[in-house]
Write a protein that binds this ligand. Structure first.
Ligand SMILES: [Zn+2]
Length: 313
């Protein structure tokens, strides 16, 4: 069932109104707001107006909305990732991730509390177990558990769970040549930046004979340097080399900084061990005959921002 249908269903049951009436109110609300919000958004407002609080109820995974602060949900663990230690600006700790699924979808669960993480370390929780999660926060299509949240193994049976990624996130072990992948992983190796010369007009690779640079289209030119930065990403299922060009490098630091040996070293040191969201296309490297990812978009998973949000809840 679509998320919207589930939502209408839930509102209709909780409020004792028939579906048609709920839908009529949603359409009316949407119209009143000049279509500025989605059907789901309008349904959420109707629910709030009727005094229905989804946050006290057990939700299906597809019903979890971004920004919910007290999510209660059951799910079967279908993927466990290695526990990671972090140390940023004097704060250190551990973070653990796994994917849970029910019959409506799947989602990533992020654990920040040592007592919760211990359940994975001592293998109380394993792949295939059903867990009950309470009072978790929903953020960026993920469920985050702080010290106030609860997680426990459940005896509930979940059949026919959705194992295909619903959020377009993909495991590197399943990445195929030609695909565009969205992954989340840890930077486990950072290479020295390399530079090449391009035409300042069209950004195409410049040809050179000695000191004389030319562009096929623009003739004799004074080239500019562009950087290439490669790193290795590990998402817990596979490691893969990632290639970044100027546009992606600039999302992390000014490309110019890589020409400064000291700044480049500081960056490499800082980037190493960082968790990132990456989008890119999977290509076969002809030289090494292995798959690599040509980055299109990259951003850091902001550990500190997540912690402060969790602490303020
Ligand atoms: Zn040119």
């Amino acid at each position: 069932m679509e998320h919207y249908d589930l939502l209408i269903d839930r509102i209709s049951k909780s409020a004792g109104l028939d579906r048609a009436e709920v839908e009529r109110r949603v359409d009316e609300k949407k119209e009143k707001l000049s279509g500025l919000i989605s059907k789901e958004g309008a349904a959420q407002i109707i629910a709030a107006e009727l005094g229905i609080n989804f946050e006290d109820q057990d939700l299906k995974i597809s019903e979890i909305m971004p920004g919910m602060k007290k999510v209660n949900v059951f799910g079967k663990i279908i993927n466990l990732f290695p526990i990671r230690e972090f140390n940023k600006n004097g704060r250190s700790g551990k973070v653990a991730n796994f994917i849970i699924a029910d019959e409506t979808g799947n989602t990533r669960v992020v654990l920040w509390d040592v007592n919760h993480i211990e359940l994975l370390e001592n293998e109380t929780l394993n792949v295939g177990d059903v867990v009950e999660i309470k009072k978790a926060a929903s953020r960026d299509n993920e469920i985050h558990l702080s010290g106030f949240s609860e997680i426990a193994k459940s005896s509930k049976e979940l059949q026919d769970v959705q194992t295909k990624p619903v959020v377009a996130e993909q495991l590197l072990s399943e990445a195929r040549q030609g695909q565009t992948v969205k992954s989340r992983g840890i930077v486990v190796q950072v290479f020295q930046p390399r530079f090449y010369s391009v035409c300042p007009e069209c950004n195409k690779k410049a040809m050179n004979e000695g000191e004389v640079y030319t562009c096929a289209e623009h003739g004799a030119i004074t080239p500019k340097d562009r950087a290439i930065l490669n790193f290795v990403l590990d998402d817990g299922t596979e490691t893969m080399r990632v290639v970044m060009f100027s546009d992606q490098i600039n999302l992390l630091l000014p490309e110019e900084d890589l020409k400064d040996t000291e700044k480049a070293a500081v960056f490499r040191d800082d980037f190493f061990g960082t968790e990132v969201y990456l989008t890119g296309s999977v290509k076969r490297n002809q030289l090494f005959n292995n798959l690599e990812i040509i980055a299109q978009d990259i951003s850091r998973v902001e550990v500190e921002a997540l912690i402060s949000v969790l602490e303020s809840n």
